[in-house]
Design a protein around this ligand. Structure first.
Ligand code: PEP
Ligand code: MG
Length: 754
């Protein structure tokens, strides 16, 4: 039964539309259980009825026609109780409702399973049997598992408007998908789907601009793969038995078959581009293979998938190299990388939307740094259907609207105008000192790291750079950059900000920051080989980077060096020895270098408990609250499913920060906070109250945080902190901070939903 279940789930998953998914499901489930009828009702809350959407075993015309009032009958009972109803003889139940014309009258056994998504009943999956009998436990769990799977497909179809015959969910009046608010702002534009190469499932739909040309491309790609197979067959010829040799012939036949070639061409003529048409052909063939009972023949489905991938690769290689981005590009993808963002011409990027990622992922940080609105972790995003679609991304609330109505567009225009007015108010703070009402200065630094930007946003406003992430220059390169290339890069940032200090962090790859030329595959990358752990194991990479930094600072002397992911003092001791060695070597080579101040990042709980020992060895400490929150709360910062648990205002995070400040104070060292919390205006009084010495944040936060700073005194900040430390939950801390912002008239700094 498990194999059948898996097969049905896969088929439903790959079905091109909800209708197709439902018909496959009712047919397969009826057969698997040996029932007389399997049907799916969807709930139409507007009309207060359950509508029969698919059925196997009922007259064909019942679908769409049979409608059961919301709370009537056993369907109504199942939906109302949001629980399973399993009856051996439904006809004797007080709720039994004979549905005229549905053909259900003589059926005795009844199993109703609610289809639930996010605690809301979307419909009911029903099994009926003529003879009275109770459905066995394993049959019930089988149907429940499928209902869960179906719920996601229905919710998606509703939000995209694909579900005809039912109105959109009344809870979502303007049809949008919900994700995580990852970078503030509103972006309006056209969907541009980015996807990994040679992945059939990731290929989006696109209209074929010139169907004849697309057909030609497809034919050429097929011929290319056929030639590859022939070559391979000839090369292996002598080494294979006859029956194995026949495999090559079978592949060729499959590749040139009517169902592969003609069907794809037909799909291209129907309007899709070659890659999308190929994806659908392969999906259909796979579904057919899945239905074959003979396990050997069924396995041949894998060959179809493989052939499809090879043709796709050829199509993608043959695609034009220059990409035409829409004027207002909304980058859409399952997962979006820093490189894909960097590839969009500046000024054309209006927003970022992806199925994976969260507010604390690096793409979110990059988006905020660039001032580009982003909604990430939009789990139900129908990526393949969004190419060329008009869309709105609301980065304040994490919402995505597809084909928005005129009313929604008008509402967002109004919001954008409000936003501009608010920014103008903030603008008035430019050039004013970052100090409290009682004259206490708290320097605000900039987080940056984009190799591409000449004059980073926020550069005039900041006291310097508090965190220069060096990963991006490494990511956009096709190999480890050498000393000279790094030197040029660091020199530019040091010069741009001199004489203000610039804190450059050594390479912090691993976790969610992968280098294309240095793949690290781990089952648990955030607990794996990352940051200092990698550079400690590869002193040659570390030394090259440190040498480049030290040389870049010659004559400027505004460099500070920062070490990421520190978990133990040994790591610091080793790193300090290497830095000293790099300095000595350079001096011996005749470079007038100086040993810069070196700091450690506190972003792992172990470092919190040893903050004093780290401080004793270092010139300063810098708290990375993004990772610290993730490791303290055991919540993956990129996992949309647990994003609601990721809370930088959690009392445990506050206590950890207090402990770091105390530990550093014991050795007279300064503490900076450079995680996203530092740029959140709600946190400003807390961090100020704790005695943190400086804050470092994305450009978009500088004026907002300065606004708060200039509106409160240090005494008031300490008072707020005292109350926050009494809170037992993050929600309590956030509420308190929000109330404080409202009191000083700065509630508008934080939009609803953030
Ligand atoms: C952090 O973890 O808070 C931090 C600043 O580093 P990154 O976000 O680059 O991991
Ligand atoms: Mg970090």
């Amino acid at each position: 039964m498990l194999a059948t279940l898996r097969r049905i789930i896969e088929t439903v998953d790959k079905a091109p539309s909800l209708d197709a998914a439902l018909s496959v499901l009712v047919r397969e489930v009826k057969q698997a259980i040996g029932a007389d009828v399997c049907s799916v009702y969807l709930t139409d809350p507007e009309r207060r009825e359950h509508v029969l959407m698919a059925a196997d075993g009922l007259p064909a015309d019942a679908v769409g026609r049979v409608r059961i009032p919301l709370h009537r009958g056993l369907i109504g009972r199942t939906a109302e109780r949001a629980d399973i109803v399993n009856l051996d003889d439904a006809t004797t139940h007080p709720n039994y409702l004979a549905i005229t014309g549905s053909g259900e009258e003589p059926l005795h056994a009844f199993l109703g399973v609610p289809i639930i998504q996010h605690r809301k009943v979307l419909g009911v999956l029903v099994l009926r049997q003529r003879a009275p009998r109770r459905f066995a436990d394993e049959e019930v769990t089988f149907v429940v598992t499928l209902a869960v799977q179906l719920a996601a497909a229905i919710a998606l179809a509703r939000s995209t408007g694909e579900l005809v015959g039912l109105p959109p969910d009344p809870g979502l009046p303007a049809r949008y998908l919900e994700g995580i608010a990852a970078a503030p702002g509103v972006g309006t534009g056209t969907g541009f789907v980015v996807y990994p190469p040679a992945d059939l499932d990731a290929v989006p739909d696109k209209p074929a601009a010139d169907p004849d040309a697309e057909i030609e491309l497809f034919r050429t790609a097929v011929a290319g793969v056929a030639a590859d197979i022939a070559r391979l067959g000839a090369r292996m010829g002598g080494a294979l038995r006859d029956e194995d040799q026949a495999l090559f012939e079978a592949w060729r036949l499959m590749l040139e078959s009517e169902s592969f070639v003609a069907d794809t061409i037909e799909r291209i003529r129907a309007g899709n581009w070659a890659q999308g048409a190929l994806r659908d052909t392969v999906a259909e063939l796979l579904a057919e293979f899945d239905r074959i009972d003979d396990p050997y023949l069924r396995e041949r489905g894998a060959d179809v998938r493989d052939l499809g991938r090879q043709v796709l690769l050829r199509l993608q290689r043959g695609a034009p190299a220059t990409t035409a981005y829409p004027e207002q590009t909304l980058l859409v993808g399952d997962e979006i990388s820093a490189m894909q963002i960097a590839a969009v011409p500046r000024g054309s990027l209006a927003g970022i939307v992806s199925r994976r990622g969260s507010a604390s992922s690096h793409v979110a940080i990059l988006a905020r740094g660039m001032g580009v609105p982003a909604a990430l972790g939009v789990l139900e995003l129908p990526v393949s259907r969004l190419e060329g679609r008009s869309m709105i991304v609301d980065g304040y609330r994490g919402r995505v609207y597809m084909q928005p109505s005129a009313a929604v567009t008008a509402e967002y225009r109004r919001l954008a105008a409000e936003e501009r007015a608010f920014s103008a108010e903030l603008e008035a703070l430019r050039n004013l000192p970052a100090e409290t009402t009682d004259g206490f200065a708290l320097p605000l630094y900039l987080n940056t790291g984009l190799v591409l930007e000449q004059r980073p946003l926020g550069m005039d406003e900041s006291a310097g750079v508090g965190l220069y992430r060096t990963e991006l220059p490494f990511m956009v390169s096709d190999r480890f950059p050498g000393e000279e290339a790094q030197l040029r890069n660091y020199r530019r940032v040091l010069e741009t900000f001199a004489p203000r200090p610039v804190t450059i962090r050594t390479l912090d790859v691993g976790g969610d920051k992968q280098l294309p030329y240095f793949p690290v595959t781990e089952s648990n990358p955030f607990l794996g080989w990352r940051g200092i752990r990698i550079t400690r194991d590869h002193p040659e990479i570390f030394m090259t980077q440190v040498r480049a930094m030290l040389r870049a600072a010659i004559g400027l002397d505004n460099l500070q060096l920062l070490l990421p992911m520190i978990t133990s003092v040994d790591e610091l001791d080793d790193a300090l020895t290497l830095i000293q060695r790099a300095c000595d070597e350079l001096a011996a080579e005749g470079h007038p270098v100086r040993l810069p101040p070196v700091g450690a990042m506190v972003e792992v709980p172990a470092a919190v408990y040893q903050a004093d020992l780290l401080a004793r060895r270092m010139s300063f400490l810098s708290v990375g609250t993004n990772d610290l929150t993730q490791y303290l709360l055991a919540v993956d910062r990129n996992n949309a499913r647990v994003a609601a648990l990721y809370d930088e205002f959690h009392p445990a995070v506050l206590r950890a920060l207090m402990q770091v400040v105390e530990g550093a104070r014991a050795y007279g060292r300064e503490v900076s906070v450079c995680g996203e919390l530092a740029g959140d205006p709600r946190a400003t009084p807390l961090l100020l109250g704790m005695g943190v010495h400086s804050l470092s944040m994305g450009a978009g936060s500088l004026l907002r945080v300065k606004g708060v700073l200039r509106s409160i005194s240090r005494t008031r900040a300490k008072e707020v902190l005292g109350r926050a430390l009494l809170c037992e939950t993050g929600a309590c801390v956030r509420r308190l901070c929000m109330e404080m912002l409202e009191e000083i008239g700065l509630g508008g700094l934080v939009r609803p939903g953030r």
